[in-house]
Write a protein that binds this ligand. Structure first.
Ligand code: PMP
Length: 466
């Protein structure tokens, strides 16, 4: 099937017409796209040249049910044939979004009672930021607007959510972050803890630094704190012991809401339905997207607590309509896709498979890299993880980031047939394969990662000797 494509023509046309997201503009326009993908089945995708790869990242951390699931196509076609689209503004609705909302709310903690549908992880976080502002305005605290995120975290690329994202490249030359957004410490114990500082002491210090920031800004100006249970694109950073308990105590003390960004962690990725279940987090708001539809349809679901909802409801008397929404909010085709996706996750016990195969994958990685001179840490839970690359693990010295070691390793691993994600700022290699992953596919991942890393480290040693 793949031989039917004229790859060269496609590459030239792509280079001539497309501004690629998150790509070096000159590189793509000079060289064309690196690969053009055309087919997928399970954990594997194939490009126009017939090269088949195991997608160890699941697209962009979203392909939870695996590629090429015809059940999704069937659900999509049926919903499209039946109506295709109608909006949900001004009180309009459709049965698919109603059924989806009911199903999702049943999976949430009891105090989370309402959902707002959108199209992307960015718009879910943007929506929740706006709800913080709207809610605090209604409570007579309109100045309580600042949102605190963590350095290195990723929360999206709209004006507001790129501001939340704590990565310099997402701010530089865009005039961001907006003044309402502040950043606090990165909770990466391995790289950020002081000498002899225990995990608990590190968590206590981070909570203290958060409180110092809140006090410096003025608690009456801080509306919310946003965090992923496990920081995904920031490096798959699992929180140190006691971190969320310490942080939540500070938030409570200063009447600050907790927005839990589950865009990566949600829908089984960590071996639990949601990441907040792992760490005793009691969020006031939850953003989800990606695994909600496994990427087959662009859709997000943003959740709020009953307390927040009641303030919004009572505000109707003064403000009238809640003046926020998207053309595609509660899309009937997207909702049908999400329902079919959830049916697969449930029917095939993919949350349990994420836990079990994830544990196996981590065990294999630990066996392979536990004593490796250039791997400092193996992080993650379930089918979400990362390897920390280090120049010298004994002295805890990182590589000079200008060498782009993570990107080099990812290319080498790709040449062995497995896609992993280089995270340049964290100098890590991340993985989040489909939750359908089998044990032999996990072995294939470990084998390619080992060969790729050892090849690059061998090349580096040779370069140094020259
Ligand atoms: N939050 C997190 C944690 C994410 O990882 C992402 C995307 N990688 C987003 C939000 C933004 O999602 P989207 O790209 O769908 O806007």
């Amino acid at each position: 099937m793949s031989t039917q494509y004229d790859t060269e023509r496609l590459r030239k046309s792509d280079a001539a017409h497309i501004l690629h997201p998150a790509s070096v503009v000159a590189d793509v326009s000079n060289n064309g796209p690196a690969r053009i993908f055309v087919e997928g089945k399970g954990a594997f995708i194939t490009d126009t040249e017939g090269k088949k790869m195991l997608d160890g990242v699941g697209g962009l951390w979203c392909m939870n049910i695996g590629y090429g699931r015809t059940e999704i196509g069937d659900a999509m076609k049926a919903a499209s044939d039946q109506m295709g689209y109608f909006h949900t503004f001004a009180g309009a609705s459709n049965p698919a979004q109603i059924e989806l909302a009911e199903k999702l709310i049943a999976k949430m903690p009891d105090h989370i009672t309402k959902v707002f549908f959108g199209s992307s992880g960015s718009d879910a976080n943007d929506t929740l930021m706006k709800i913080v502002w709207y809610y605090n305005g209604l409570r007579g605290k309109p100045e309580k607007r600042k949102i605190i995120a963590r350095r290195q975290a990723y929360h999206g690329t709209t004006i507001a959510t790129a501001s939340l994202t704590g990565l310099a490249s997402f701010h530089r030359n865009f005039g961001l972050p907006i003044p309402e957004v502040k950043h606090t410490s990165l909770p990466h114990y391995y790289r950020e803890a002081g000498f002899n500082e225990s995990e608990e002491e590190f968590s206590t210090r981070l909570a203290r630094e958060l409180e110092e920031l809140i006090l410096a800004e003025g608690p009456e100006t801080v509306g919310a704190f946003i965090a992923e249970p496990i920081m995904g694109a920031g490096g798959v950073i699992t929180p140190p012991k006691g971190y969320f308990a310490a942080v939540q105590a500070i938030l409570k003390k200063h009447d600050i809401l907790f927005i839990c960004d589950e865009v990566v962690c949600g829908y089984g990725r960590t071996g639990h339905w949601f990441g907040h279940q792992l760490y005793d987090i009691r969020p006031d708001m939850i953003a989800t997207a990606k695994g909600l539809t496994s990427g087959y349809f662009p859709m997000s679901a943003a959740f709020i607590s009953d307390d927040i909802w009641k303030v919004l409801r009572d505000g109707s008397a003064t403000l009238g309509a809640f003046a926020h929404g998207f053309t595609y909010s509660g899309h009937p085709v997207g909702s049908a896709v999400a329902l079919a996706n959830l049916a697969i996750i449930e029917g095939e016990n993919l949350v349990a498979n994420s836990a079990q195969t994830g544990a196996y994958l981590h065990a294999q990685l630990n066996d392979t890299f536990g004593n490796h001179a250039h791997i400092g840490e193996i992080r993650g839970v379930g089918l979400l993880g990362a390897l920390q690359l280090m120049a010298d693990r004994d002295t805890k010295t990182g590589f000079d980031l200008k060498h782009k070691i993570a990107a080099r390793c990812a290319v080498a691993i790709g040449n062995h047939g497995v896609i992993v994600r280089p995270l340049p700022t964290a100098d890590s290699l991340a993985f989040s394969p489909p939750l359908t992953l089998t044990l032999s596919e996990a072995d294939q991942m470990v084998d390619a990662i080992k060969k790729g890393i050892n090849q690059v480290m061998g090349e580096l040693n040779a370069e140094e000797r020259k």
